[in-house]
Design a protein around this ligand. Structure first.
Ligand SMILES: [Cu+2]
Length: 259
């Protein structure tokens, strides 16, 4: 199993005090809302490669692909991406106007990221799902990514404290005992971790690739199942090196609201 260590060049020099602790970068696709209503029909999506709990950014080169799937129909959105900054680093954003009811699956397929500290390339296939105008069919469909987490809890209309269940797939097949990293997007920076272990929580899937994790508070939660690819890619020196494939899913949980 591949572990990301604090020695990663992506954060070199930033967190010297925490040497040796695992910490994780996540592909991030974060919409301004995961429920679209008549009152607000457009969604701003932000794409980055970041450390969501610690709010440490990394540069994300323009993704290889970015698209949305609704009712099995794919729409390419790559050309709509505009460069922006997330956590002070290069990131991408777009505005998506939702016209029809439905469940919309967004996916980012990044270019491979060469990580010298881990001696491998990283590709995080990252997705999120939004619902529009009351529709709620199709949220449990896979997108057909090389690796992905398929939700078993409807991924919208949830409350803090709900348990999220998902199935880890690689090439469409369940990944038994997959390791899944979990991070809360500490969006307003108000939270701190009691120890470095708390930054990224870790859970293992069962023999069917299914895991369940209780999300204790509201906000965006990222789930990232990491597996080694059965192929290699060349590093900048031209040597064949291992590839870490990430299946990343972001879901949002609301707090209960008082009347
Ligand atoms: Cu990193």
């Amino acid at each position: 199993m591949i572990r990301r260590m604090i020695t990663s060049s992506c954060v070199a020099g930033l967190l010297l005090g925490a040497a040796g602790q695992a910490m994780a970068h996540f592909g991030m696709v974060i919409p301004s809302d995961n429920i679209v209503t008549q009152q607000k029909k457009s969604v701003e999506l932000s794409l980055s490669f970041s450390h969501p709990f610690e709010l440490i950014g990394m540069d994300l080169t323009k993704p290889e692909k970015f698209y949305v799937i609704k009712d099995g129909k794919k729409t390419d959105l790559l050309a709509s991406l505009k460069e922006t900054k997330v956590m002070g680093h290069k990131a991408w954003q777009t505005n998506y106007r939702v016209k029809r009811p439905g469940v919309y699956h967004f996916a980012m397929e990044p270019k491979p990221y060469w990580e010298p500290a881990e001696d491998l390339s990283i590709i995080h296939y990252t997705k999120t799902i939004i619902a529009a105008f009351g529709a709620d069919e199709g949220w449990d469909e896979p997108m057909g990514l090389p690796t992905e987490i398929v939700p078993m809890l409807r991924p919208f209309g949830n409350y803090a404290g709900n348990s999220f269940s998902g199935k880890v797939l690689m090439n469409g097949q369940p990944v038994p005992h997959a390791e899944v990293e979990v991070e809360l997007y500490n969006q307003d920076g108000s939270l701190q971790a009691p120890s470095d272990y708390h930054i990224t929580q870790v859970i293992k899937a069962d023999a069917n690739g299914i895991f369940t994790f209780t999300c204790s508070r509201g906000g965006w939660w990222g789930f990232s199942a990491l597996n080694e690819a059965n192929y290699t890619l060349k590093n900048p020196q031209g040597e064949a090196k291992a590839v870490e494939l990430g299946a990343v899913l972001w879901i949002y949980l609301n707090e209960y609201q008082a009347k």
